[in-house]
Every structure is written in C-alpha cells, then in structure tokens.
Design a protein around this ligand. Structure first.
Ligand SMILES: Cc1cc2nc3c(=O)[nH]c(=O)nc-3n(C[C@H](O)[C@H](O)[C@H](O)COP(=O)(O)O)c2cc1C
Length: 244
C-alpha cells in the first residue's frame, strides 16, 4: 500500500534524536545544550513549512538504550525461528528502535562531541540499530561482498547537528574528529549515506566567537531544512516559510 503512494505528495516522517546529557536548549534554558537547540530548530523549521508531516522524538541523552551485552549478541545472532522467549525479550528494545528508523524518511540527530567521539548514550543507540538480519545482511558464502545494507534505496536522509567546545575540526583538529564521522559510518553501513552536517564550535570559549558560531550554524540549519525538503519532495513542495 505504501509503495503505491506518490512519493512527491505523501507525508514525510522525521525521526528526531537528541543525545546531549544536558537537558535544556541553549538560548532557551540556563546551561542548555547546543545540539538540542539545533535539532529543535531543524524540526520546528520543517513543521512550520510542512505542518502535516509527522515526527517521532527519542531522547537517548536522557534515556539511554541499554548497551549491548553478551546475551544480546547471542540473541541477535540466533536466527529468529530458533530464538528462545528470553532472547526476543532482550531484543525488544532494539526491534522498537529499528522500526522507528525503518519508518523515518529524515533522521535528525544532535551529536555532542565527547572526548573526540559521540556520547556513550548515542553509541549504545547505534549498537542497537546496526543489527544483523535487520539493518545489514551477512552471508559468508555470498559471492563478492558478504555484508550488505538493508535500509538502502529508500531515499532516507541523515542530518547531523553537532557541537564542540574547541574549534577548527574542519582543519586544525580534523584528524581528532571521530564524532560525526563515527555516526556517518554506522548509518552508511546500514544504507543511509545521504548526510547533511552542521556544527557549532567554541562552546568552551563563549563570548563573541561562540555567538558567531551559533548564528552561522542556525543559518545553516535553516538552509539544511530547505535542502532536505527539496531532496525529499522536489522544489515545488518547499514553501520557503521563514523561521521565527
Ligand atoms: C564529557 C565531555 C567531553 C567533551 N569532550 C570534548 C572534546 O573532546 N572536544 C571538544 O572540542 N569539546 C568537548 N566537549 C565540549 C562539548 O563538545 C560541548 O560542550 C558541546 O557543546 C556539547 O554538546 P551540547 O551543547 O549539545 O551538550 C566535551 C564536553 C563534555 C561534557
């Protein structure tokens, strides 16, 4: 039924994920998170232009998925028909998170940089959604490439909104950035490699440099909304509604 719907006119579904351990949004709440600020802006911008599109929200920063365990790995690698009830129970959270990704057209993730990588909560999330037989295939007898992405070809887009305390991750510190590259690698592996990225820098410096970085990032988020919409639906559907 879904396949029969014209992709130019059907509703778009966003999956909005926040991963900062900081609960509020910068600019709105004391000590708030910059990545929450950007992800909120992206989703609000999208909904302003396309109010009938739908959003699922998942706050892994405040409620982390369980990290994978030995029993989880054993369960995931047991073929579904041979799983015992406790195995299905253990994989239930992963099943739910994967369903959300399968259902999403645009996945928007706030990615704080913690010690040059992504937060542990976001890594736990990724370890739950990159799953054999669900989001990637593996067959050691297969000719050529034994691994294949299972979410490829659906036109899904990934939007990564990051923030760092230091500056210069495009040049001066490029070799130290394992935050968004780590997220991109995992999503590309399961077949989502159409990615946009926006970054705030200078959080640990504050002052004018942080303010300028935030302003630039907010403008880039607005452009990212427009760009993602164009790619999703074609120019005709983008209303160009200004963001408050
Ligand atoms: C545990 C922790 C580790 C951090 N590690 C780094 C780092 O390696 N490099 C960096 O530039 N900033 C680092 N920072 C600063 C954060 O990237 C920065 O505060 C960013 O704005 C966090 O995202 P948020 O504002 O959404 O919470 C770290 C912050 C925390 C809390």
């Amino acid at each position: 039924m879904h396949d029969a719907i014209d992709t130019d006119t059907r509703m778009t579904h966003l999956l909005h994920i926040d991963a900062s351990a900081r609960p509020g949004r910068s600019g709105a709440d004391p000590h708030g998170s910059h990545t929450r600020r950007l992800s909120h802006r992206f989703v609000r911008g999208w909904q302003t232009a396309r109010p009938t599109d739908t959003v699922t929200y998942r706050d892994v920063g405040r409620q982390s998925p369980a990290p994978v365990s030995g029993d989880w790995i054993r369960s995931a690698f047991t073929p579904p028909a041979r799983r015992e009830p406790w195995m299905d129970a253990l994989l239930a959270e992963s099943d739910r998170l994967i369903e959300e990704i399968e259902h999403a057209d645009v996945v928007v993730i706030g990615v704080p940089m913690y010690n040059f990588g992504m937060p542990a909560q976001l890594k736990a999330y990724i370890d739950n959604i990159v799953r054999v037989g669900k989001t990637f295939g593996f067959d050691r007898e297969r000719e050529g490439e034994p691994y294949w992405p299972m979410l490829a070809g659906g036109g899904k887009q990934l939007v990564l909104l990051t923030s760092r305390g230091d500056y210069g991750y495009a040049d001066r510190l490029a070799r130290l950035d394992h935050a968004t590259p780590g997220v991109r690698a995992a999503f590309s592996y399961i077949g989502i490699d159409d990615a946009l990225e926006v970054a705030i820098e200078y959080d640990e410096f504050g002052g004018d440099r942080l303010a300028a970085s935030v302003a630039r990032a907010e403008a880039e988020v607005d452009a990212a909304v427009a760009s993602a919409m164009r790619r999703m639906d074609g120019m005709a559907d983008f209303t160009g509604a200004p963001l408050a």
